[in-house]
Every structure is written in structure tokens, then in C-alpha cells.
Design a protein around this ligand. Structure first.
Ligand code: SF4
Ligand code: SF4
Length: 203
């Protein structure tokens, strides 16, 4: 799996959920078409009259997620950039997504503004496998942000976490260790460890 593979899943699903924060600080989400992915960049557009456009312009960020029929989910969050050469990009988007002509016929298409995501974090999560699989990537110059849990040197090797883990993804050792690529991030090991040897990553 690569960043481009993850973006391609979003493009293949096409109708993805895009989230922003509104002027009251509240979450907003809507379905937006992923119009194009290439060179580890994701392209989409929206009309200048929409709240989504205003929220993108004021916040400069979005988070995107979609799941395909194989239960493979991709999450992407990062900064967005409004593209210059608006007409050229909108024309290209319409060439690659011909159904757009039915929604915005003729020159009405130029009420749309093109955006690109090229920096952020990407998360791949495959629920179609047992155990589940996950992988994290950095998009462009984005920063890594580790999630989930890890076991520290305080582990006394009691084995409780290994017994209760729903994905059986903790291996014995000194200390015990979580196989991060199979972890659900459910937190059960964190709650049940008798000596608080499990800690949240990135905190
Ligand atoms: S429950 Fe805690 S002490 Fe016991 S093996 Fe797991 S991490 Fe180590
Ligand atoms: S967070 Fe959940 S899935 Fe991950 S290691 Fe702990 S118990 Fe297992």
C-alpha cells in the first residue's frame, strides 16, 4: 500500500465525506466528488456560494474519508490550496468527470473553484481482513501523528492484555508489544493493564 494507492481508493469510491469546521466552531460534513488524483495529490472543487467553500477559505483544512466495497477505508486530513488557473483546472475536471456537465452546463461551471490537497496525513484501515490491517502515511510535507497505544517498560508481563485483545495483536516479550499494523485502537489493553504500562501514543 502506498499514498497513491490510498488516494486511488478515494478516487474509485469518488463520493467521499469531506469535513470542515464552521464559523461557530461546529463540525460540518458533506459528500463531495474526488475529481482527480495524481502525483500524490487529491483534487476536488466546490461552488463559491457554498458554505463548504467559505469554510475551506477561512480554515484552510479538510478531512476526507470513504470506504470501498472491500471494507477498505481511507482517511485523509490536511491543508487545502485553492488552485490558480481556475478555468483550466475546472475544464480538466469536467473532461475527466463528464457527468459534471449535467449538473453545471455551459459556462455555469466557472462558479466552481478547484482545490488541491497535497500535505497532511493518510490512514489506511482494512476491515475486510482478519486481523484487521492498518497503515499510516505522510502526504507531502505533512507531519506524522502517531495514534493508538504502546506498551512501556513498566510492563510486568502478566499477559492480561494479550488475552483480552480482540484482534490478538499483542505479542509476548519484555515488555509485551502491540503489533501496530493490526491494532483497532480500541483502548481495552489501556483500560485493563493492572500497572498502567500501556500509554496512548503521541500524548
Ligand atoms: S496487561 Fe500490562 S503488565 Fe500485563 S502484559 Fe499487558 S502491558 Fe504488560
Ligand atoms: S488497543 Fe485494542 S486492538 Fe489495540 S492492542 Fe489494545 S486491545 Fe488490542
Amino acid at each position: 500500500m502506498t499514498v497513491q494507492d490510498c488516494l486511488q481508493i478515494l478516487r474509485d469510491v469518488k463520493d467521499a465525506a469531506f469535513a470542515t469546521v464552521d464559523e461557530d466552531g461546529l463540525p460540518q460534513v458533506r459528500i463531495i466528488d474526488v475529481m482527480l488524483v495524481e502525483d500524490q495529490k487529491l483534487y476536488f472543487c466546490t461552488a463559491r456560494g457554498k458554505d463548504f467553500y467559505r469554510e475551506l477559505m477561512s480554515g484552510g483544512h479538510t478531512a476526507v474519508t470513504a470506504m470501498n466495497r472491500a471494507y477498505q477505508m481511507v482517511r485523509l486530513r490536511g491543508t487545502v490550496r485553492q488552485l490558480e488557473e481556475q478555468k483550466e483546472w475546472i475544464d480538466r475536471i469536467f473532461r475527466e468527470n463528464p457527468s459534471m456537465e449535467g449538473v453545471y452546463p455551459g459556462d455555469s461551471r466557472y462558479i466552481l473553484e478547484p482545490f488541491c490537497m497535497e500535505e497532511g496525513q493518510v490512514e489506511f484501515f482494512d476491515l475486510g481482513k482478519t486481523p484487521i490491517e492498518r497503515e499510516n502515511f505522510v502526504l507531502g510535507g505533512g507531519k506524522e501523528s502517531p495514534k493508538g497505544f504502546e506498551i512501556t517498560e513498566d510492563c510486568i508481563g502478566c499477559g492480561t492484555c494479550r488475552e483480552i485483545c480482540p484482534q490478538q495483536c499483542i505479542r509476548e516479550g519484555t515488555p509485551y508489544a502491540i503489533r501496530q499494523e493490526h491494532c483497532l485502537h480500541c483502548g481495552l489493553c489501556f483500560e485493563k493493564c493492572p500497572v498502567q504500562a500501556v500509554r496512548k501514543r503521541g500524548s
